[in-house]
Design a protein around this ligand. Structure first.
Ligand code: UD1
Ligand code: CA
Length: 465
């Protein structure tokens, strides 16, 4: 059977109390990933590819997240969840098979749960399956009303009778419908209820009255269906996801010393025997190999790291690292940096748009930007590559086995040949041939006894004041 899905993401999210009109609730992030993207990924993992996302409030931000993966339709006025689903009709009116409807603000949903729900739907031969939960405090939720063991309707909190209020089986807001019957039934939904809205939940009663088969799928872990309505719930879901991700990594062979204080985004991959030390943040499309020691206090975003590296107290973005390097403490890399095998970059260095060669070393206090550094190069303390003249950026090349003396300033563009050498304190603005040494500083002059004369003069001046 064909499977489709509608994600409801038009809601205002007023309990977020944001002053930013343009911000959709589903664009709030957990571990660097928007809520809506969690839902989209869970659906895709469950084998659903034909997605329609209904956007409204802050629709442009929601659309930007959804668009690469999903069709997007607009609900300009919020007339209820049934009305929101009607907006998807243009996209799905000719579709056959099943349509899942879910909310874009529920990031804890697991793909396995969806798969199980589809299995139940097919096994029971349902035309509609609603995901339900049995909870102690059902207040606020739609109640599942049954007759002779079969669900016959859903009643919203505002519309419940005293007996219905006592029902503990609730509607968790996820449904699988026969697609064609869904849009037919929606045409019969009315707004004669306490909220004056088009309730999606009324579709269930309409199905039953037409003799179509409605059933339930009771979710095992109610937590998975939790929607985010305010920033407190955002943090609660964030903690749940953080632990879920960390646990999975630990069970796959990664040591995480302090999972409470380690933040790893859902799409990050880490190999076995890597140790993640406390207070480390790993975001984006980061891939880390095996047997590394990472952290403490480090931040990685869109970084690829090989095996057997040691990286401490560092901040790295858009960087590739080979194997067997030692990096940090306090290294910053950004924008297309690449560090070769066995390199060593020590404390207080910044590296940007650089190819740093195999076995090269930069122990302390340097800035290297827009450059190619060969292999087995030694960059002395306090080296600066002056790559920017206020208008343009320039590139420099440092050859293999070059030795850059401490305190060298290289004014790009410059090419230093293989085995090139710069004397400490030099300011280099001309190319250096292979095996040559450059000294570019004024010659030292020593003045005998001048230290005392200088000191006495200074003292006298101070007394006369
Ligand atoms: C809904 C269900 C309720 C269920 C609960 C589970 C209805 C009528 N009721 O109630 O039975 O127990 O979810 O959480 O559906 N939306 C739009 N456009 C609208 C209105 C809503 O896109 O015009 C979206 C919301 O953003 C949300 C979803 O639809 O994602 C559900 O709507 P909401 O108003 O939150 O319904 P609940 O009162 O929570
Ligand atoms: Ca809700």
């Amino acid at each position: 059977m064909d499977k489709h899905a509608i994600i409801l993401a038009a809601g205002k999210g007023s309990r977020m109390k944001s002053k930013k009109e343009e911000l959709s609730k589903v664009s709030y992030k957990i571990l660097g990933k928007p809520l809506l993207k969690y839902v989209i990924d869970a659906l895709k993992e469950a084998g659903l590819d034909d997605l329609v996302t209904v956007v409204g409030f802050g629709g442009e931000t929601a659309k930007a997240i959804a668009e690469p993966h999903s069709k997007v339709v607009w609900q300009h006025e919020q007339k209820g969840s049934g009305h929101a689903v009607m907006m998807a009709e243009t996209a799905l009116k000719d579709a056959k098979g099943y349509t899942l409807v879910c909310c874009g603000d529920a990031p804890l949903l697991r793909s396995n749960t969806l798969k199980e729900m589809f299995e139940t739907h097919e096994k029971d031969g349902n035309d509609l399956t609603v995901m339900t939960a049995i909870i102690d405090n059902p207040f606020g939720y739609g109640r599942i009303v049954k007759k002779d063991g079969r669900v016959i309707k859903i009643v919203e909190e505002k519309d419940t009778t005293v007996e219905e209020k006592a029902i503990k089986e609730i509607n968790s807001g996820l449904y699988i419908f026969d697609n064609q019957e869904l849009f037919k039934a929606l045409k019969e939904v009315k707004t004669d209820n306490a909220a004056g809205e088009y309730y999606l939940t009324d579709v269930l009663g309409i199905f039953v009255s037409k003799g179509l088969k409605a059933g339930t799928y009771v979710v095992k872990d109610f937590e998975e269906t939790l929607g985010i309505n305010d920033r407190y719930q955002l943090s609660v879901a964030g903690k749940i996801l953080q632990h879920r991700i960390n646990k999975e990594l630990m069970l796959s062979g990664v040591t995480i010393e302090d999972p409470d204080n380690t933040y790893i985004a859902p799409d990050v991959k880490i190999g076995a025997d890597t140790v993640i030390r406390p207070n480390t943040h790993i975001y984006g499309n980061t891939v880390i190999g095996e047997d590394n020691v990472i952290g403490p206090d480090s931040y990685f975003e869109d970084v690829t790291i090989g095996n057997k590296n040691e990286i401490i107290y560092s901040h790295m973005v858009e960087t590739t690292v080979g194997d067997l390097t030692t990096l940090g403490p306090w290294l910053r890399t950004r924008k297309n940096a690449s560090i070769g095998d066995k390199a060593h970059i020590g404390n207080f260095n910044e590296v940007k748009n650089v190819n740093f060669g195999v076995g090269s070393k930069m122990a302390h206090l340097s800035y290297v930007g827009d450059a190619t550094i060969g292999s087995e190069v030694n960059i002395g303390c306090g080296t600066i590559i002056a790559n920017y003249d206020g208008v343009n950026k320039f590139h420099s090349d440092i050859g293999d086995h070059a030795f850059i003396g401490s305190g060298t300033t290289i004014i790009s563009p410059v090419k230093v040949g293989d085995y090139g050498f710069t004397a400490a304190g030099s300011t280099i603005n001309l190319d250096i041939e292979d095996h040559a040494m450059a000294i570019a500083r004024s010659r030292q002059v020593n003045k005998e006894g001048y230290s005392d004369i200088f000191h006495d003069k200074a003292l006298a001046k101070k007394k006369n004041k």
